[in-house]
Design a protein around this ligand. Sequence first.
Ligand code: SF4
Length: 72
Amino acid sequence: MRKTNLKKQIKQLKEKIYAKCLDCTCYQPKEVILCEIKECPLWSERPKDKKGLYSLSRNLKRKKSQFFEAKN
Ligand code: SF4
C-alpha cells in the first residue's frame, strides 16, 4: 500500500469516528469533547479539541438536513 493511500485512509477513518461521536451527541461538538463514557470503544479516539469539529458538524447537518427539519 502506498503511503499517500494509507494517510488518506487514516484521515477518512478519523472523520468517520468524529461523525459517529457527533451523531452520538446530537451534533453538539462541545459534548463530544466533554464525553466521559470511557467504556465506549471510540472514547480514546474521539476528538479532544474543537479543531475542525464545528465545520464537520455543520457539513453533516447540511447533508442530513431532513433529520433536523421539523415535520408538519
Ligand atoms: S466516545 Fe463518547 S461521544 Fe463518541 S461515540 Fe462514544 S460515547 Fe459517543
